[in-house]
Design a protein around this ligand. Sequence first.
Ligand SMILES: *Cc1c(COP(=O)(O)O)cnc(C)c1O
Length: 425
Amino acid sequence: MTTHAIPKAAAFGQPKTGFRIPYLPVGSVLGPAEVEAVTDVATSGRTLSAGPWRERFESDFRDHVGAPHALSVTSGTVALELAIHLLDLRPGDEVVVTPQTYQASAQPLLQYPDVRVRFCDVDRDTLNMDPACLQTLLGERTRAVILVHYGGLPAPMREITAMARARGAVVIEDAAHALGSVYHGRRPGSLADIGCFSFHTSKNITTLGEGGMLTFFDDAYRTRVERLRGNEVDADYVPRAERLVGADEEVPGGLYPGDSLTHDCVTLRRPGTNATLSEAASAVGVVQLRSLEAMVERRRAIAARLREVLEKFGDVVAFPEESPGVRQSHHLFTFFVRRPGVLDRNRLLRELTDRGVQVPVRYFPLHLMPEWRARGHRRGECPVAERLWFTEQVNLPCHPGLSDEQVELLCSLLFESVRATLRRS
Ligand SMILES: *Cc1c(COP(=O)(O)O)cnc(C)c1O
């Protein structure tokens, strides 16, 4: 077995932010193997658009996830858009979504003003969709459930898929955080009907900064996704030039011979959009996927160090825990302040920020965003998600872009910040 080194973040220049410990990797997160792959593509004399690298990346990804189909696109957002498109939603349909996620999980639903979106509250211990709440929201009209594996901790898929199946609803996993996670011997992206992944710079692997993937089981989805994402020649769509001209129509100068007209017709008859992942991006994806395990281990090691520091403060804090058979990728490191009277969360965020640690709280409850409020959503709709975001949740930087020195610095700054907050709370 070959071992793959973790690409050194900032190998090509030091990160530049105002923070000593940036929340996300800054600058290049690619190593020499990725650079070599790009050079390979650039000098191969083959296409730079879709070609053998994309095929290879998709087949490696399919094998990794364990789903029969994997089709790449240009971002996680596009993956979700296409997944939602596949639902063929009609007026009156309902879709259940978690509010505790990046906005792209639900945003495509804004295109369907007559579809009712129901935000499902989260489990206070994990930030994942709460099956008990889901049960109350599922009904005759539920067409789909869209969930996220928050921070890479797999959601309770056995419960969720059983409930959804009983209603005939499609389950979409937003697995953007969960590449490298494990759920009872299987991988997120193969746990329901459709999986959506992101390869943005910040994610567990990246394809040159942007990219995405759909994984799914239904063969019929394959043709549809291929047509939606691509501007390649699609055999079913090749119209014969003659067919575009009625038998009784007069063509000035007559039809000119050869393929040329047919080809023009084909390229003009794209059924979807163009979301083709380029060869260079795909080649980087192939290399990154090989380093996935090492990069996830690095995330987990950083998380373990942070947890060690926080456990010194006992039951003032709590962590999203892995249940038996479950492994989280630690796309995020999250903890909860469980005794707000003893440790004030907002004060802690201030202390951390003052010491140069960047601590955004991931994620602002979606139903309270202006675009969702405009559709009638309100405070109180998901009380747990709201309480956690406003008073309990903390996310710390946790990514392979941090050097050992930065991790140790983060640990001391964290310890000092909690101590300072305890004193003043
Ligand atoms: C990053 C992310 C997305 C969107 O992916 P992009 O590739 O940035 O478009 C969707 N959902 C979640 C949960 C994400 O973290």
